[in-house]
Design a binder for this molecule. Sequence first.
Ligand SMILES: N[C@@H](CCC(=O)N[C@@H](CS)C(=O)NCC(=O)O)C(=O)O
Length: 199
Amino acid sequence: MMRLYHCVGARSMRSLWLLYEMGVEFELETLEFSMESLRTPDYLSVSPLGRVPCLVDKEVKLFESGAICQYLCEHYDDGRLYRAPGSSDRIKWLQWIHYAETIAVHGAALVQQKVFIAPEKRSDVVQKLESRRLFLSIKMLEPILSEQKYLLGDSFTAVDTGIGYSIHLAKQFIDTSALTAVDAYYERLISRDAFQRAL
Ligand SMILES: N[C@@H](CCC(=O)N[C@@H](CS)C(=O)NCC(=O)O)C(=O)O
């Protein structure tokens, strides 16, 4: 059976949320978010950098959340979450899958600055810069979400799990209340059963 390697609170939540949205069967392997548990020889043989998410499906091993999203959609979607080549939303679907990481890298920088780096070694400049870039990377979604409920229109698709997780991460560090359409979108996402289960 397909297996997802996951850490609570990490980007693997995207893959977990998507699997719950799809309703497919899989095994969940939850690892502790620590060097001891992510750098074992066993786990490094699956995920070469010892990061999450990682998906194993028979002979397939994948360790990048956007690629996992695309793979799952290509193989297991029932028509709701994927936009295949040739569909009118295909290009936007691809863009948002990858744009999710443009947002998340700033969130990850803030996790390092505010959680993992010892207080005396943290940088105010880096924190301000990353917070600003994080805010701007989400602000660009505001006009789009003012016009429609989800990134591709009125229907929820897989890209909303990628971007939705990035907004979820961002909200731990920045105030998005000035972005009313983004906040309303976020509320719609977190009220989904699959999001709550993945959380
Ligand atoms: N771009 C990758 C990022 C994966 C990644 O860096 N995951 C973090 C958790 S959010 C991780 O596993 N960090 C552990 C480490 O760096 O040791 C993806 O989206 O899958």
